[in-house]
Design a protein around this ligand. Structure first.
Ligand SMILES: NC(=O)c1ccc[n+]([C@@H]2O[C@H](COP(=O)([O-])OP(=O)(O)OC[C@H]3O[C@@H](n4cnc5c(N)ncnc54)[C@H](O)[C@@H]3O)[C@@H](O)[C@H]2O)c1
Length: 366
């Protein structure tokens, strides 16, 4: 198969769909790989790295789309890319169709085979191509939170690890899923006192088993949250209700109960956030303050660490990309139930029911 790796052109996206290691594997399997010039630079991979792995470098994004049977990317195509996409071309990337009717209609019109990273689902019902980005965001949440706890950026002025003779800072983590556990682990590593909440006892039991004693679990309910926000310095939002908006576990009135300079990092912002006052921010302007509480709610946290994020993402996407290239999309999806769940739009037809429901469509609208 001929595989194309275009440069991401969405604002501030420095990740790339494949590393030189991925190119090497595809070429080893007798596929041809075109990489757009400088596609990997933001992630620390240069044209010569790709060439050494066996790729052919093309100058323009138009050439990559025109000459490839399968495009492997990171973000959904943006408007400038729509017309470059050809009928029958495989697009393997994050799409998040339910959040954009315009994108959905464009992909229907182009008649491509859209396989979405975010809906590839394994036997246990987990989403293997989303997990690494949650791992990155969870770990990063503590790094960012620690930074914004500093006084010059309006934080409480607390050092998370404390020092001999001074108690460490306190971190409250909402949700003991992928984001929550990674955040708790980082905070614990810094020496902070961590409280982690969930409604799923299985998750709490797991945390209780594997974490050190300064990470404590409590059941997530309004009573406990109202109590804990008064004494914690940094609050991490990592809850998820599959396919729904995140619940508002912290309401506007609760901000008044927190101490001035408390920091909230609401990682769940991409699902609407679990704090009523959360609104999406960007890496250029990541925080805002309401009632003396610092809010950090960047919707694409992994974008700030493209080197790590690209490697983490491509580690998990490559086996699927390889399967698609080796077998073609039909046989690959037939043989691999996880990959089959990734099929969202096929040659102009929406095949993923939740997309139809998201727009209230009964039949295909093109
Ligand atoms: N901002 C970013 O850049 C970024 C990056 C990656 C992931 N995310 C988002 O982070 C969120 C968490 O992702 P994840 O992979 O950790 O999900 P996950 O499914 O692994 O974990 C979510 C956890 O929330 C728990 N939960 C549900 N309701 C709860 C409640 N009322 N109280 C406490 N816990 C509750 C669930 O039981 C589950 O354990 C998602 O919204 C995801 O989209 C954001």
């Amino acid at each position: 198969m001929i595989v194309g790796i275009p440069k991401e052109i969405k604002n501030n996206e420095s990740r790339v769909g494949m590393t030189p290691a991925g190119v090497f594997e595809l070429v080893k399997n007798n596929h041809k790989v075109y990489v757009q010039s400088e596609a990997g630079e933001g992630s620390g991979f240069f044209n010569q790295d790709y060439q050494q792995a066996g790729a052919i470098i093309l100058d323009t994004i138009g050439q990559v789309y025109a000459m490839s049977e399968m495009i492997v990317k990171v973000k959904e195509p943006i408007e400038e890319e729509y017309d470059l996409i050809q009928a029958g071309q495989i697009l393997f990337t994050y799409f998040h169709f339910a959040s954009s009717e315009a994108l959905t209609k464009a992909m229907i019109k182009q008649k491509a085979i859209c396989i979405a990273y975010e809906t590839v689902e394994d036997e246990e019902g987990t989403l293997p191509l989303l997990t690494p980005m949650s791992e990155v965001a969870g770990r990063m949440a503590i790094q960012q939170g620690a930074k914004y706890l500093e006084k010059p950026v309006k934080g409480r002025g607390v050092l998370l690890g404390g020092v001999p003779g001074v108690a460490p800072g306190k971190v409250l983590v909402l949700g003991a899923g992928v984001v929550g556990i990674q955040a708790a682990k980082m905070a614990a590593g810094l020496g902070a006192h961590v409280t982690i909440l969930d409604i799923n006892m299985k998750c709490l039991r797991y945390v209780n088993d594997v974490m050190p004693p300064h990470v404590v679990t409590e059941f997530s309910n309004e009573f406990n949250i109202r109590k804990l926000i008064k004494t914690h310095d940094l609050i991490i939002g990592g809850v998820l209700l599959k396919g729904a908006k995140a619940p508002n576990l912290i309401t506007r009135d609760m901000l008044k109960e927190m101490r001035p300079g408390t920091v909230i990092v609401d990682v769940a912002v991409d699902q609407g956030g679990c704090v009523e006052t959360t609104r999406p921010t960007t890496h250029e302007d990541p925080i805002y303050i309401i009632d003396d509480v610092v809010h950090y709610s960047v919707a694409n946290m992994p974008g700030a660490v493209p080197y790590t994020s690209t490697m983490a993402l491509t580690n998990v996407t490559l086996p699927y990309a390889l399967k698609l290239a080796n077998l073609g999309w039909e046989a690959a999806c037939e043989k691999d139930a996880s990959l089959h769940k990734g099929l969202n739009i096929v040659e102009g037809k929406v095949v993923y029911q939740e997309i139809m429901e998201a727009f209230g469509w009964e039949e295909i609208v093109a």
